[in-house]
Each structure stands twice: as C-alpha cells, then as structure tokens.
Design a protein around this ligand. Sequence first.
Ligand code: ADP
Ligand code: MG
Length: 501
Amino acid sequence: MQFDWDYAAGLLVNGDFWKAVGTVVELSVETWLLGIVFGFVLALARQSSNRALNRGAALYIWFFRSLPLLVLLIFVYNLPQVFPSTSVLLSNPYAAGLIALVLSESAYIAEIHRGGLLAVAKGQLEAGKALGIRYTGVQRLIVIPQALRVALPTLANEYITIVKLTSLVSVISLSEILLVGQQLYTQNFLVMETMLAVAFYYVLIVTVFSYLLRRLEQHLDVTRRQPKAIVDGPAQPAPARREAAPRQGDFALRVFGARKHYGQLEVLKGIDLDIRFGEVVSIIGPSGSGKTTLIRTLNGLEGLDRGQVELCGAPFLRGREEDGGSLGNRVHMEGIVQVGMVFQGFNLFPHKTVLENVILAPRHHGHASDTDLRASGLALLSKVGLREHAGKYPHQLSGGQQQRVAIARALAMRPQVMLFDEPTSALDPELVGDVLKVIEDLAREGMTMVIVTHEMKFAFQVSDRVVFMERGEIIQAGAPRELLDNRSERMGRFLKDVQLA
Ligand code: ADP
Ligand code: MG
C-alpha cells in the first residue's frame, strides 16, 4: 500500500477545500456570536427571580443539552416535510445547520455565562445600585464586561468545539470540509491522503482562531494594562453638594421604627434615628449588633420589614409589612442618588480606571458634559490626594488609596448624605490614617455623614453624636463628651475593650 504524498500535498491548494474552509469559518463564527448573545439572555433569565422566566430557561437548557446535535440537525433540515412553509428557510442546508447549531450551542453557552455572572461579586451590583444606576445600566456597565472577561477562556474553548461540530453538518449535505473530502475519496479511494488534508484544514482553523482569541483575552486582561495617561483639563472646583435638591426641614435622614428579621433572628428591633443636615453621626457597638444592617437599610440596599425612612423631608423607604407595602423601586432609585455609600470592601469597578470609576455614575445620569465631568472628577481626586493616580486601575493601588477613590466616587454624585460602613476595617493599620483624614475633612466642610466604625478615637473626635448599638437596639446616644461622662455600665465595658485615648 502506497501513500500518495504528491496527491495529499496537492489537496492543500484545492479550491473546493478552501471554499469549504470559508463555509466552516463563517458557520462557526456566526454560531459562536449568536450563541453568546442568546446564551446571555438565557443565563439572565435563568438567574431571574421571575419563576416563569427561570423555569423556561432551565427547561430550554435541559432539553437542548440532552439532544444530540446530529438528531437536531436532521430534524431541523426535514421540518419542511411537516411544515411546508418553513421550506423557504430550512431547505437551505447552511441556514438549517446554523439554526440547529445556535439552538444547541446557546444552551451550553448559557451555562458558561452563568459561571461568569456568578463570578461577579455581589458588592459590584450593590456599588452600582448605591450610585443610582438601574438594573439594565448595572448589567451593561458593570456586570457584562466583567462576566465576559471571566467567561472568555471557556467561550474560546467552546468556539473550538463548534468548529469541529460543523463537520456534522455534512449529513444535511452542506459542502463543508468533511463532505468535500468524502466526495473526493469515494471517487479515487485515496482515503488516507484525503483525510490527512481534511485534518490539516481543521487544525489550521483551530490554530488561527486559538491565537486570535488568546490575543483578545490578553487585550481584555486589566491586570496587564498600563495606567492611562490623563490630560489635565481646565481646573475646576470639586463638585459640592447638590444645593438645588429640596431641603425640607432640618433633617437629612429620619428613621422611624426600623425593624428587620433574618429568618428567626431579629436584627433591628425598632430603631429611631434622626440625622440633621451637616451632622456627623458615628454608630459603634460590638460585632453582630446590627450596625451594617442598619446603615444598609438607610439607602435601601437592605429592605425593612417595618418602619420608614425619610430623606430630606420626603418619604424614601417603607417596610414591606407596613400598610401599602414598600414605596417601590421608582421612589427608591430617585432618592438613592442623594445618598452616597462607602463600603468596607471598597467595591471599585476593576475594569475601569480610577477616573472612570469616579465619573461613571454622573456620566450615566447625564449630570454634565464629559469634559466638565472629567475636570470635576480630577478635582475630587486631588481632594482625596490621588490626582496622580487617576489613570491607574484599582488593582494598581493600595487598599487605603482604593478606599479614597471609593469616597471620591460617592462624592461625585453630589450626595446630601454620605454613609460609611466600617471604611477602614479592611485596611492595614498604617493606611487607616489617610482615609480617616479625608472623612475628617468632609466633616469640617459640613457634609452630613453616618459612619459605622471601630475607630473609637476617631468616632469620639469627629462626630457630633455617637450612637451605641447592641443586639439590634440603640442602647445609648449623645454628643461624645456627654456620652463619655454618662456612659452606662454596658457601654463602659465595651469602651474598656477598645483603645480610647
Ligand atoms: P454588625 O455590622 O454590627 O457586625 P450586622 O448588621 O452585620 O452586624 O449583623 C447583625 C446580625 O445579622 C448578625 O448576627 C449577622 O449574623 C446577621 N446577618 C447579617 N446579614 C445577614 C444575612 N444576609 N442573612 C442572615 N443573617 C444576617
Ligand atoms: Mg458590620
């Protein structure tokens, strides 16, 4: 048995084969791209709290993953026998092949996307929401870019699977690489030579696309990025608080009878708290006393069971068990833009530079022109001492610097009130001072602030009022001096454990 090398080499410049390569590339790329789009919709539906959407997506994924592609191909291609009206589309083997491939691949890719979506930290969604960005905006600006980045290696792998699956389309007589080969060797019986050429073409396509996809992956990898150069625009003062907002009465925030359960555990047991405009209130207390829960209910990141919250004199949030239920998403999103939030874990957007983090929300809300937003963003960054870092990505900063960016990002929305949940607890001790200094400066400028903190010295120096919480209740509250002089036995014990100079 001879192997005809000359014949095999000649097949590498065979016009029919190269045409078939074109078909395979087109079919696989279209399948991949359409699969990514439909798969994403399926993955979102799968995660939705809407039962019908969720179940529908689960059913789709279950069915199309169970069905062998070959069966699906033959079924789709022959559908016109039952429904003659579909013959316009499906009698074309390319269209029938594409439809069958997309139906099947969307189910697989949906699960890949779901993995990507689950990898985006919950704090990212909360940071977006706290900046007043709604669901679709959060998905578009924050979640999708990050989820795609996570999913890309697996999506690239799926592309290679698709290239090879296209060989199945030969059963519905689409002239792809395998079919061209089969047609040749049934005439000349040179099976091995022909299949060597077939193998060559598949390996070629996979090699070229693996390279391209790896380049794309590197391009999207923020950890490889260099800081962006930032050109200074005209100097502009940092944006102040929004004076145009209605300021009815004396109170920025008022909480009435806030109650909340987690299962059996009553975490907030009827909290009343008033925050005056310009006042700085620190919330202290042992771990697990409900401080984080309380501050998160102040901007509605956590829903209340009972009670209500007023913002600048207007109804803002209401417990779901109150008469009429909660006030709804519209009132919530209209108010939340006036409340800035700084999280213990920073929650900066890792795929955006420092400056982009700061101006993302005001740009989304259309507060000003891009030039003005950049200028005021840079002014805010100067204010927190990070002007030179504007072009860096969050992972290129220390924790203390990241937290100062997070403060600038919240300030960029020109909020009426700033909420801080243990802003320095995640920091190394030597980085705490810089962050506290920024908060102190804000206090001096008259910013209204509610600060949950374990930094007792700071709390008693900076605050107008200190609130001591334990087991979901406010045990004692008052001006720092007054509170220290009249501390209850319980609070005395708590303060003895902490360093209070
Ligand atoms: P603190 O901030 O004062 O340490 P938290 O508000 O975080 O307290 O928590 C108060 C209590 O509520 C704790 O016992 C905690 O375990 C519980 N808790 C907090 N968040 C949740 C949650 N999402 N689900 C269930 N229990 C929670
Ligand atoms: Mg906490």
